[in-house]
Design a protein around this ligand. Structure first.
Ligand code: TRP
Length: 332
């Protein structure tokens, strides 16, 4: 029998997670854990590349870990840990930084975007962010990295760094491949359906995973549609309506064609009621589990500490190997 492959993915604890995160990533992570050795990391080191309020960052880190568990990531199956609990991530970043070129980092489109948006705080961490991400991935001999399209360039860079390092020092790292999910597609903003749904946009543009049913109904009722009245899947000309159809499709498994056929002759109001019903029903069990978990601080702390230990085992092994290859003096 073939050995199970390893997957690694990370998620930032910056703000509430959205329905887009759930459909595009989190529910897939829960499915993947049975097929792969899975490492899922709450990346609080990445989060501080933009200014964070310390108390809020601490709270959100805990909440994000609990939400991942509520989405079905089982800490007995996956290693679900907090990045700062495994200091090897920061340490490997240094070694990789010395094997990454300024020119490569300067080409990263996310750096260009973020430095435009945070022009008052273009710090060195924001610039070397992709090297930290490479360290995350390479520490665990990762074969596959589930990511969205926006992170593909960072993964390409990770592969370049790994190959370069292996070329200079001999085979150390596994060169990872991206795992782009086929199902679900992208969930778009409820107000500007040409843009991806994002937790950094205004409240009424996204559904948070912890929104209550009334809030979900209200946000969907206000979602932008168009001036026609036909329910038709046409992302180019009817991005708002198509986004709503996509959400139903992603959560029920029905094709958008079937949904349209089913709703022929009905108005947008009925469509929105249907979307709200589907979203509320899909999120309810996860939300109930989240409520239970977030109240059980002791259990969460125990999971965090055991998972960090599990992650550190492999991370330390990889880092020792790297240090030896580079020529860092051994210590007793
Ligand atoms: N940069 C990723 C994002 O913002 C998060 C991330 C950090 C990550 N380290 C990772 C994703 C390692 C995959 C693998 O979405």
């Amino acid at each position: 029998m073939e050995e199970k492959k390893t997957i690694f993915s990370g998620i930032q604890p910056s703000g509430g997670l959205t329905l887009g995160n759930y459909i595009g990533a989190l529910r897939n992570w829960a499915l993947l854990q049975n097929e792969y050795h899975s490492y899922y990391c709450v990346v609080n080191l990445h989060a501080v590349t933009v200014r964070q309020e310390p108390a809020a960052l601490r709270r959100r880190t805990r909440e994000t870990a609990a939400l991942l568990m509520a989405c079905g990531i089982d800490p007995n199956v996956s290693t679900l840990f907090i990045q700062s609990h495994v200091p090897e991530h920061a340490e490997l970043t240094w070694a990789l930084s010395c094997n990454t070129y300024m020119g490569e980092l300067m080409r990263m489109t996310q750096f260009k975007d973020k430095s435009a948006r945070h022009s008052d705080n273009i710090n060195a961490g924001l610039f070397t962010y992709p090297v930290l991400m490479a360290a995350d991935i390479l520490l665990y001999m990762t074969d596959l990295v589930p990511i969205g399209a926006d992170q593909k360039q960072h993964l390409e860079l990770t592969r370049d760094i790994a190959q370069r390092f292996n070329g200079v020092y001999g085979d150390v790292f596994t060169v990872p491949e991206p795992l782009i999910s086929k199902t679900g597609g992208r969930v778009m903003s409820l107000q500007e359906p040409e843009r991806k749904m994002s937790k950094s946009d205004p409240e009424d543009t996204f559904i948070s995973l912890v929104d209550d049913p009334d809030t979900i109904r209200r946000k969907i009722k206000r979602a932008v549609t168009d001036s026609e009245s036909e329910i038709r899947f046409d992302p180019e000309n009817k991005p708002g309506v198509s986004n709503l159809l996509n959400i139903i499709s992603a959560l029920t498994g029905e094709s958008t064609d079937d949904i349209c056929a089913d709703m022929a002759g009905q108005g947008y109001g009925t469509l929105k009621t249907r979307v709200a019903d589907v979203v509320i029903e899909a999120l309810a069990p996860m939300q109930a589990e989240y409520k239970r978990l977030i109240g059980d601080k002791e259990y969460l702390m125990k999971v965090q500490s055991e998972s960090a230990e599990k992650a550190a085992y492999l991370a330390q092994k990889t880092l020792r190997k790297v240090q030896k290859k580079i020529g860092f003096a051994a210590r007793l």
